[in-house]
Design a binder for this molecule. Sequence first.
Ligand SMILES: C=C1C[C@]23C[C@H]1CC[C@H]2[C@]1(C)CCC[C@@](C)(C(=O)O)[C@H]1[C@@H]3C(=O)O
Ligand SMILES: O=C(O)CCC(=O)C(=O)O
Ligand SMILES: [Fe+2]
Length: 381
Amino acid sequence: MGSTAVSLLTFSPVKADDLKDYDETPKISDSFLFHKQSHVPDSFKWPAQDVILSHRELEEPLVDLKGFLLGDDQEETHHAADTVRAACSSHGFFQVINHGVDLSLIHDAHESIGSFFKMTLGNKLRAGKKLNSPWGHSIAHNDRFSSKLPWKETFTFGYRESSPDSVVGFFKSTLGTDFEPAGKVYQKYCEEMKKLALSITELLAISLGLDRSYYRDFFEDGCSIMRCNSYPPCQEPSLVLGTGPHCDPTALTILHQDQVGGLEVFVDDKWYKVRPRAHAIVINLGDTFAALTNGIYKSCLHRAVVNRHKERRSLTFFLCPREDKVVAPAPELAPGGTRKYPDFTWSDLLHFTQKHYRADQSTLPKFAEWLLSLQDRTLDC
Ligand SMILES: C=C1C[C@]23C[C@H]1CC[C@H]2[C@]1(C)CCC[C@@](C)(C(=O)O)[C@H]1[C@@H]3C(=O)O
Ligand SMILES: O=C(O)CCC(=O)C(=O)O
Ligand SMILES: [Fe+2]
């Protein structure tokens, strides 16, 4: 199947249903005072079936990366790859320990963004995301959506290895020189996350029987997305979600949550809580990686719930390919050329989630359907 040589920038969606929730008239509304409210505004309420709370905790095996990262233990590497294969073939989620990231760096990253989220609203709004830009501070995404708003604030920026000091530069230009030290922490944090993400792509390649550097080469020059999430306490937590059920459209997510708890993953048709572990790092596969493996590995369905008492914070690093790279499975993973998804570029999928379809549990099938209808239209002409 060839790549879609069509610009999605000019394409209008096929079905009205697919134009989910996008607000035509972006606004800054009073909803940004959400954590002071005793009752949840309607725009934050989620359908009851999406908010049924889980009481189970996931008993997942942790993947110990020590032997693999040191490169000195074949047996440990095989064991790690076997665990990764089992988790990714079933639900696309695992946690790693002995990951090589300095725990004090993770601690500093949580603390320094905590100082940002604690600032007054006026100060935070100065770092506000501009319309049509993914970067900066956003409250409940209320400039983009009008219903099922997430009970969260986010601070988002890009990271590309080939642009040295760009993270420090972004912090200084959006938050002022007081945040230069925080920018330095995040510069280092992103460097470490990218390093870890590329190592994990090697483990994924080994687990699939591919050349070890197959995915490393594919992702090396991509622009990753770093997002800091703050979930304020909520007086009626059973009506809202911090982040609704979704699969990340990106390739691989490296997530560190604080000790409050709230991340949940969907495994064997049930929601499970993911217990916070200071030493462990969460790895989710996203839609782009599922497509790269022809659906052999699953994109992880997850969500974040909130609580009545305590703010929760999480740090997410999304590994993405370079915008124009064609996402297609290795021939070994598509025997006889049988394909689950059409070719696409990361920029096509990113554009779809930012303009036409709010990422949820069905992003990849909806996106594939959309691309195929596009090709049909082109053929009809
Ligand atoms: C490419 C992206 C879109 C989102 C941020 C990154 C990776 C995950 C996506 C997201 C978190 C999935 C849930 C819905 C979303 C709107 C959110 O709640 O933030 C998504 C992000 C987004 O579109 O900004
Ligand atoms: O905060 C969390 O634990 C989950 C966040 C998340 O899923 C995301 O940002 O994509
Ligand atoms: Fe996510």
